[in-house]
Design a protein around this ligand. Structure first.
Ligand SMILES: *[C@@H]1O[C@H](CO)[C@@H](O)[C@H](O)[C@H]1NC(C)=O
Ligand SMILES: *[C@@H]1O[C@H](CO)[C@@H](O)[C@H](O)[C@H]1NC(C)=O
Ligand SMILES: *[C@@H]1O[C@H](CO)[C@@H](O)[C@H](O)[C@H]1NC(C)=O
Length: 406
């Protein structure tokens, strides 16, 4: 009897599509305070309001899993943090590179130092063991917004945890309503100094390019960076809301024969996907803008309700993975197939994946994604007696096995 039951279970397991493993989960996040008194004082003076600390972005490097906590509301104790990949499921967040660099009051007037971090949505780890941090410089976004410093990129050496460089964006890189919350980095590990970072401006519909070698930046505008007015409505966790966010998700292919990568991109409030060669992004200022207009290409439409916050290209499977915020899940497209609605699959979907905010594939071929109930956090507040934030992982080949993305 028992053997039969086991046999049935085995067959069922083999046929079932792979499901992501829950790696980390929190009701509320807390940090590795130096002393219990530090935490008590921070709570007392409002530097730390536990319910306002919502994890949002992630990236993995060796045993470190970086987790960002942007300053949406007041009382975010540390915006840039990491946890140990082999650590406990509900472990405390460790401020990076240090406590001193992160514990900045919401009402601060300036940065204590160039390695200080105000508020980060997304980070990117490049092939040269560097962490690129897009610091918006803005505290308490939804309360009493305080632009402590202009938006900047902070670049850290992951082997030494030292700041390599800090770059403040120029006034010409920004417009009214600009908001820089994401960054992807284009570099070959044999020429680390020749790196380019691409930063989407979701509020003013552009992409800003930063060249490390030239230590300079420039702004690129295009119609395809705008949101689709018919795709700005969401319904997540029982909350209906309307967002006008433009270009946000950027993903880079491996280099093509000509040495340049393809950048896949989309506006947040859109169901379409586009692409452009990084050759054009890198050398835009010298190009004829009218001619360059046509080098931005529409790939296609993913179908209704397919708005995406984050996307990441996995060179191993040649699949573009992307979050599905309106469908509580993750979608995929195999870049070797035509971009059609049919060739875009929803690989997993479950109410427990409420608002998959960020996702990345690490260099071992593991897909990581973070879910955080962001709409409820913004519009209603979360219930701290239930699990609100989770980080899941899955092997990319196993994730797409048996789908049109394989
Ligand atoms: C911070 O970085 C800026 C830009 O690289 C530089 O001009 C400035 O001297 C740095 N400040 C400190 C205190 O290191
Ligand atoms: C930029 O484009 C111009 C015109 O096509 C070309 O002559 C030049 O070599 C390019 N520069 C770089 C750095 O690719
Ligand atoms: C992912 O799965 C594939 C196929 O089963 C396997 O070859 C590969 O080693 C796995 N990768 C990791 C990181 O476990």
């Amino acid at each position: 009897m028992r053997a039969i039951v086991l046999a049935v279970l085995t067959v069922a397991t083999v046929c079932r599509a792979a499901t992501p493993t829950l790696r980390f989960a929190w009701k509320e996040v807390d940090y590795t305070w130096d002393t219990p008194a530090d935490k008590e004082n921070a709570i007392k003076d409002g530097t730390f309001v536990p319910a306002h600390n919502l994890p949002l972005g992630l990236a993995r490097w060796k045993n470190k899993l970086f987790v960002t906590v942007p300053k949406w509301k007041n009382g975010v104790a540390s915006s840039l943090n990491y946890i140990d990949v082999d650590g406990a499921q509900d472990q405390l967040l460790k401020p990076y590179p240090s406590w001193k660099d992160n514990l900045i009051p919401d009402t601060a007037k300036e940065l204590p130092s160039n390695s200080s971090i105000v508020s980060v949505f997304r980070v990117f780890i490049d092939d040269c063991d560097r962490l690129w941090v897009m610091d918006s410089g803005l505290a308490d976004i939804l309360g009493s917004p305080n632009q402590i410093t202009g938006p900047s990129l902070a670049i850290f050496d992951l082997n030494t945890d030292e700041l390599i460089h800090r770059y403040y964006f120029k006034v010409e890189d920004m417009k009214e309503d600009s908001f820089f919350a994401n960054v992807v980095v284009d570099v070959d590990k044999n020429s680390c100094d020749n790196a380019f970072a691409y930063i989407p401006d979701l509020g003013a519909y552009s992409v800003v390019v930063y060249s490390l070698k030239q230590d300079d930046s420039w702004r690129i505008a295009h119609h395809y960076f705008h949101f689709d007015p018919l795709a700005g409505s969401y319904n997540v966790g029982g909350i209906e809301f309307h967002w006008t966010d433009g270009v946000f998700g950027l993903a880079l292919s491996e280099p093509r024969e000509d040495g340049y990568r393809t950048m896949f991109f989309h506006a947040f409030s859109s169901t379409k996907e586009f692409c452009v060669s990084t050759e054009l992004l890198r050398n835009y200022t010298r190009l004829d803008k009218e001619e360059a207009f046509h080098d931005f290409k529409l790939l296609g439409d993913k179908g209704p309700q397919t708005q995406t916050s984050a996307s990441f290209y996995d060179p191993k499977t040649k699949v573009l993975f992307y979050s599905q915020v309106n469908r509580n899940g993750v979608g995929c497209w195999n870049t070797e197939k035509p971009f059609t609605t049919e060739n875009n699959a929803l690989v997993f979907s479950d109410p427990k994946f409420e608002f998959p905010n960020d996702l990345k594939v690490d260099n071992e071929g593991t897909l990581w994604f973070l879910v955080d109930k962001l709409p409820r956090f913004i519009y209603k507040g979360l219930d701290s007696s239930e699990v609100n934030y989770g980080i899941y992982s899955i092997n990319t080949s196993e994730a797409v096995a048996g789908t049109v993305c394989a």
